[in-house]
Structure formats: structure tokens, C-alpha cells
Design a binder for this molecule. Structure first.
Ligand code: NDP
Length: 386
């Protein structure tokens, strides 16, 4: 039996970011109490959010930023803490019914593990948690009975489509991709693209790092790994489909030949809201689709020669162990260098491929410590190559 499950209170990790802010829009729309709010360094943004949402606790990953925020909020009741461990402690201590993890990058892994340990529901946007240590995260969630509901739009779509049948009846998952701003480019043409062109995503407004990952198709590769872990399917069951209109957010093909797709206007607020309200739906902020205005929907195969990071992610998903973690770590370093305009766009894939091929023993790592060691090693290697 379905129930209305919009939570009374939530914790928003990465509240000052793109998904974090959209989560707060959903909270505002439904009068949901924000118990805990975290960020890293953007003090004035965090201050404004604390003044509006009055969380019991706010944590800044950066201790200096926490000191500044504490001072700025001296006239309020918000308790401010600083440091990475403080984020995990605050999650464990919080009484929020749902934790939304919208932290960027591998920094989101420890908070995911804390939320999983706490149990209850985790609305997971931080895909790196599942890319880096997905096997461990899912095993721990099973033990603590933590319900992980995906926020990433494609995974939210797949999650919704999976309700149309039984897991054993799934034949294939179609993971859709917009193709990014450089769809149709040749490898030669990619050599001269600029940072501004890379950051101009055709359909989604997102943070800078994920926008770059969308342009290299690394983001799609991470989503393949995320889907393998989250839905316990083989990488070979996943078919990436370039769908530039970003209306179908993914689809599931069943053994009887039925394909169930989820469609909507591209809007992360819908994904966050569904992760909060599931199994119910609630009125929200997303304008409905006008099917009469959709002139056509198109689909293409991805070009893995021009965008080799997608193919690399498929093999990393099958290799398992610390290979996906190394892939993610090398990519974080290379993308940061690209955003600083230290390397050109096409070097991102070269650096990442080079690091992953050199870390050949990573597939055998099975513990969190082993995975984190490979992550550090991949970062060292990537920096030395740069
Ligand atoms: P943003 O860069 O916009 O925001 C990141 C948030 O995380 C900010 O609040 C930031 O704080 C905080 N943060 C950054 N570094 C750290 C750290 N070391 N420790 C703790 N907090 C930190 O990212 P997005 O919102 O774009 O993405 C968040 C996650 O959601 C990513 O995993 C991304 O892949 C995923 N995602 C994003 C989508 C989107 O539309 N943006 C779509 C689907 C998935 P501060 O502002 O203070 O620096």
C-alpha cells in the first residue's frame, strides 16, 4: 500500500551547491524542516541558507570557513562545526528522516557511509560514493537496512521504471545521455575546444565539475558504474543511448519486449522530490511535459572513439575492486587542472587513461582501506603526469 511519505525533516549535505540548492527549493515548497546543512567553503552562501532555514546544526568541511560562519551566525541558535569528521558526526547525530547527499566528489563517500550506518533513507546524489566504493556502500546499506534512493536523474528514472516488473524480468537498461556540448565532434576538433564551450551544457544547468564530466562522457561512464552497483546488474546489461533532447531520462527493457521509459522536463528538483516522497508522488515545482510541443525525440549510439572515457568506465565497472576509484580520482585531478586552464580538454581523457592503465593491481582491492589507497595513488600519479 502506498503512503504519503514526504518527510518532516531532512539533512542537506552540500547545501550550497547546484543539487543542494534545488533540494532546499523542494524543502521550501513542502515546508520540510532542514535539520542539518553542510557546505565546504562558501561562507556567505551558507550563512544566507542558515538564516532562511534555521537548521539545528551547520557544518563547514573547511575549519576556517566554519569559524567565519560561527561568527556570522553569532546572533542565531545555529550550532556550527568544522571539519570532515564533524560532517559525519552531525549525520549520525541528526534526527532528520532523510539525508540528501549532494556533496561533490569523493569527499561525499564518508558522509554516505555515515548516513548508511545511521539507517533510514539516503537520497543519494553524490554518485562518486557508488563509483568509488559501491560494493561496500551497498553491502553496508543491506546490513543497516538503509534505503538508498537515487537522485541522479537517470538512476531516478531507472528506479521508477523498475517498478513496472520484477528484477529477474529485466533484460536491459537504456541509460540515456545528452551527448554533451561536443556531440558529433571528431577527436581532432576536440583539441581546440575552450573552457567556456565546455561549460555550456545544452540541456542541464549543473556544477562546473559535472558539466565537464558530461562533455567528456566520463559522467555517463560514472553513471554506468553507479547503475551496476545500485541495481545489481551486469555492465553488459547497460546500453548507453545518446538522446540529445534529454526528455527520456532512461528506460528499462523487460524480457517480454516491453520498454518502460521515464520522461519529464529536465529538472533535478523532480528527482530530489521523488527521492523524498517515494513511494508516493506529490505536487511539485517541475512544469509538466507538453507532448504536443515535442516535435521529435532522437537516439544515437555513443562515439567511444572520440570519448574513450565511457569505454574505460565500462571495463572499470566489470573489473571492480579499486579500478573505478582510480578512474574517479584521476578524473578529479585532471578536471580540476582543466578548470584552472592548466591542461586542454583532450588531455583529460589521456591523463585518466594513463593513470588507470598504470594501476593494474587495483582490481584486487576489496577493503575500503585498499580502495582509498588506490585513490591516493591515482591522485599522485595523475599529478605527476600533469
Ligand atoms: P556543486 O559543485 O554545485 O556543489 C557541491 C557541494 O558540495 C557544495 O555545497 C560544496 O560546498 C560541497 N563540497 C565541495 N567539496 C566538499 C568537500 N570536500 N567536503 C564537503 N562538502 C564539499 O556540485 P553539484 O550540485 O553539481 O553535484 C553534487 C553531486 O551531485 C555530485 O556528485 C554530482 O555528480 C551529482 N549530480 C549533480 C547533478 C547536477 O545537476 N548538478 C545531476 C546529477 C548528479 P561549497 O559550496 O562551500 O564549496
Amino acid at each position: 500500500m502506498r503512503e504519503q511519505t514526504m518527510p518532516r525533516s531532512i539533512a542537506v549535505l552540500g547545501a550550497t551547491g547546484s543539487v543542494g540548492r534545488q533540494s532546499l527549493e523542494v524543502a521550501r515548497r513542502h515546508n520540510i524542516k532542514v535539520e542539518l546543512l553542510t557546505a565546504a567553503r562558501r561562507v556567505s552562501d551558507a550563512e544566507a541558507l542558515c538564516r532562511e532555514f534555521s537548521p539545528r546544526v551547520a557544518v563547514m568541511a573547511d575549519r576556517g570557513a566554519a569559524d567565519a560562519l560561527r561568527l556570522a551566525l553569532a546572533d542565531t541558535d545555529v550550532r556550527v562545526y568544522g571539519g570532515d569528521e564533524a560532517i559525519c558526526e552531525a549525520i549520525l547525530d541528526s534526527s532528520a528522516e532523510v539525508t540528501v547527499n549532494a556533496i561533490l566528489g569523493e569527499a561525499g563517500l564518508a558522509p554516505t557511509l555515515a548516513a548508511v550506518k545511521k539507517g533510514g533513507r539516503l537520497a543519494l546524489s553524490n554518485k562518486e560514493s557508488l563509483v568509488v566504493a559501491g560494493e561496500i556502500v551497498m553491502a553496508e546499506a543491506k546490513k543497516s537496512r538503509c534505503e538508498i534512493i537515487p537522485v541522479d536523474s537517470e538512476h531516478s528514472a531507472i528506479f521508477q521504471c523498475l517498478h513496472a516488473g520484477d528484477a529477474r524480468e529485466v533484460r536491459r537498461i537504456f541509460l540515456t545521455a545528452s551527448g554533451g556540448p561536443f556531440r558529433g565532434y571528431t577527436p581532432e576538433r576536440l583539441r581546440s575546444v575552450t573552457l567556456a564551450e565546455t561549460l555550456a551544457h545544452p540541456t542541464w544547468q549543473m556544477g562546473a565539475k559535472i558539466t565537464v564530466d558530461s562533455a567528456t562522457l566520463m559522467n555517463k561512464g560514472f553513471e554506468v558504474i553507479e547503475a551496476v552497483r545500485l541495481f545489481d546488474v551486469e555492465a553488459s546489461q547497460i546500453e548507453v543511448v545518446v538522446h540529445p533532447e534529454s526528455i527520456i531520462h532512461s528506460a528499462v527493457e523487460y524480457i517480454d519486449g516491453a520498454t518502460i521509459a521515464q520522461m519529464s522536463t529536465p529538472d533535478m528538483r523532480l528527482c530530489v522530490q521523488y527521492a523524498l516522497s517515494y513511494p508516493s508522488r506529490a505536487e511539485g515545482l517541475t512544469p509538466p511535459l507538453d507532448l504536443f510541443k515535442l516535435s521529435r525525440l532522437t537516439f544515437e549510439r555513443p562515439d567511444t572513439e572520440t570519448f574513450p572515457l565511457l569505454a574505460l568506465a565500462f571495463s572499470a565497472a566489470s573489473d571492480g575492486g579499486a579500478v573505478p576509484a582510480a578512474l574517479n580520482a584521476a578524473n578529479e585531478v585532471a578536471v580540476a587542472a582543466f578548470l584552472r586552464e592548466q591542461i586542454p580538454f583532450h588531455r583529460i581523457a589521456e591523463v585518466v587513461s594513463d593513470v588507470v592503465s598504470r594501476l593494474s593491481g587495483a582490481a584486487s582491492a576489496s577493503t575500503l582501506e585498499g580502495i582509498l589507497e588506490s585513490d591516493r595513488e591515482a591522485r599522485r600519479l595523475a599529478n605527476s603526469i600533469l
